[in-house]
Design a protein around this ligand. Structure first.
Ligand code: ADP
Ligand code: MG
Length: 569
């Protein structure tokens, strides 16, 4: 006779064995004991206030650590609340493992408590969704789920556990033991394609490198920095590709992004998809005859939207290391004095001037550029920046620099609002556990903050070093003045007359800190902002909120294109 063991313990121990470190979730029937077993097995459990935020946190920790975070939820509605999170992880190509408790099998089909077809529901959002048929098979399914979340193009997996399987006891001798899989195998580039790519780049008149979050996930930063320095190729990064090569590098042509994309004749696309973020790679945003050298771990991604001229299936780490040598062999270096660089330099200078002018306008109510410029000057340059909101995110992307990889987390490929506080919690834990002293600056529009504002309580409970900066214009996109708002509201039934984009004017979000006996910061001017940042940087064991009131009419600098609202159909 061997010892008896319950499903909760088997599951917790299997997760630990497969290298899982963090679990985010909200417990309730039937997973309370599972949460306890997880802590007992040495997994770090972070209890959150909203399942969706827990799921965002779990996937962000996956991106930051390359090991899937677990999101633990209860049955039925608990799991339904994380659909958005699963979809976001899958669309972002980030590893995630969702674990849902579910209705006991003997209550299924007769109206069980929170009964719901959970495996079927999760399947469209996942690379793997299953219910282990017995507690004895839990280790096999956990191994597979962790492997599928991280191997190939990373993504989401779901495992379903009916209450009877979690609580039931089995003989430990009968457990089907699993093994610990190694790190994902690296895919190496085809040497012939590398030569072709090198030759295409060397023949280009106006080459451009685009660095995406696939390069960030691949940890390709050392080789890519060398590649850019050695070749002097101009580059731009996608929002979360920022920092793989520093934004402050001389070759970063972010200020001339529109021109660089429109004029480039050969693009080296590294771990980024030609989706809406990159305007589908099509005219008028790209040169009609642009040749694309595309490097991606997923071959199905090639030729999407436009034909790829040179398709290279590879992990970006080995590709970048080998491509540096390939170009060094050819002594390839783009002359600074050449026409292409001159064109780019000129445009960068011109755009920097416009932005500088807007940044220096510190009149009250403040504008976005002034807020971000002065915020940037005061925050440590190695901070992890989380950002969401419409204008807040778009303008912040250009104004807040990243000089380190994986130091920007935002609404991402799915354009999801509400990710900010969950992402910040993951980043805060990552700082606390791996880089003590590092800060998370979570820059939120007032609308974005509202999606998961109660997670401030989670941040306090786990003593996380997060500074939340709310850029508050009293609305979605733009806002309203107090007078506008009052006259609107006195005009009749508020549900008929209040503009659909309106939020309350000058809501005192910073006062949420008083719920914990602490003070937040209310800011209208640049000196007040500077003082608030300085004070918020002192304690490293709790979050703070800086509520910055900006002009309801503040906007982006004039844009040449509004791609999202254009359509050819
Ligand atoms: P961005 O948002 O930065 O434009 P995307 O999410 O659109 O980036 O694209 C990232 C791409 O990177 C995906 O197509 C994914 O398959 C790819 N990718 C992910 N990990 C790796 C890796 N280790 N090596 C190469 N490509 C990767
Ligand atoms: Mg707003």
């Amino acid at each position: 006779m061997s010892d008896e063991i319950d499903g909760n313990t088997i599951l917790a121990q299997s997760l630990k064995e497969q290298g899982v470190e963090y679990v985010f979730g909200i417990v309730g029937f039937p997973v309370i004991e599972l949460g306890m077993a997880m802590q007992q097995a040495g997994l770090k459990f972070i209890g959150m206030r909203n399942e969706q935020a827990a799921c965002y946190a779990a996937q962000a920790i996956g991106y930051l650590t390359k090991k899937p975070g677990v999101c633990l939820v209860v049955s039925g509605p608990g799991l339904l609340h994380v659909c958005g999170g699963m979809a976001n992880a899958q669309v972002n190509c980030w590893p995630l493992l969702v674990i849902g408790g579910s209705c006991s099998e003997d209550h299924e089909a007769i109206g069980g408590f929170q009964e719901y077809p959970q495996v079927e529901m999760s399947r469209p959002y996942c690379k793997y969704a299953a219910r282990p048929p017995s507690a004895l098979l839990i280790p096999t399914h956990v191994e597979k789920a962790v492997r599928l979340a991280t191997y190939g193009r990373p993504g989401a997996c779901y495992l379903d556990f009916p209450g009877n399987i979690l609580q039931g006891r089995v003989e430990s001798n009968n457990i089907v033991k699993s093994y610990i899989h190694p790190e994902p195998p690296l895919t190496f580039p085809n040497p012939k394609s590398m030569i072709e790519a090198a030759e295409m780049l060397m023949k280009a008149k106006r080459p451009l490198v685009i660095i995406g979050k696939g390069a960030a996930y691949a940890r390709a930063e050392v080789a890519l920095r060398q590649l850019i320095q050695q070749t002097n190729l101009p580059f731009i990064a996608t929002p979360m590709g920022k920092g793989v090569v520093p934004d402050t590098a001389r070759q970063c042509v972010a200020p001339a992004r529109t021109l660089a994309l429109q004029r480039a004749d050969v693009v080296l696309l590294l771990g980024a998809r030609l989706n809406w973020i990159l305007h589908f790679g099509r005219a008028p945003r790209f040169n009609e005859n642009v040749k694309v050298i595309q490097v991606d771990i997923q071959p199905e991604e090639m030729h999407n939207s436009i034909p790829t001229s040179c398709a290279i299936q590879s992990d970006l780490l080995p590709f970048s290391e080998m491509f540096v040598d390939e170009l060094a062999k050819r002594k390839f270096r783009l002359a600074k004095s050449g026409e292409w660089w001159q064109e780019l330099f000129e445009k960068c200078d011109k755009n920097r001037e416009t932005v500088n002018r807007m940044s220096m306008d510190v009149s009250v109510p403040l504008n976005y550029y002034a807020v971000f410029h002065h915020l940037r000057m005061k925050i440590p340059s190695d901070s992890i920046i989380v950002s969401e909101g419409a204008n807040t995110m778009d303008i912040g992307r250009a104004m807040l620099l990243n000089n380190l990889p994986r130091h920007r987390l935002d609404a991402g490929t799915f354009g999801t609002m509400g990710v900010g506080l969950g992402f910040a919690i993951a980043a805060g834990l990552y700082c606390r556990d791996y880089h003590p002293g590092k800060r998370v600056i979570c820059v939120e529009g007032d609308s974005a903050f509202g999606f998961s504002g109660m997670e401030i309580e989670t941040m306090i409970r786990y003593q996380l070093p997060i500074i939340i900066v709310i850029v508050n214009n009293g609305g979605i996109y733009s806002g309203f003045t107090k007078d506008d708002f009052e006259s609107i509201q006195s005009a009749g039934d508020p549900s008929l007359v209040t503009p659909v984009t309106a939020l309350n004017v000058e809501t005192r979000y910073e006062q949420m800190m008083s719920m914990f006996g602490k003070e937040g910061h209310f800011v209208r001017t640049i000196p007040e902002l500077e003082e608030a940042v300085k004070e918020s940087l002192i304690p490293s064991d709790h979050p703070s909120i800086i509520n910055v009131i900006i002009s309801p009419q503040a906007d982006r600098k004039p844009q040449n294109f509004s791609w999202l609202t254009e359509s050819k159909l």
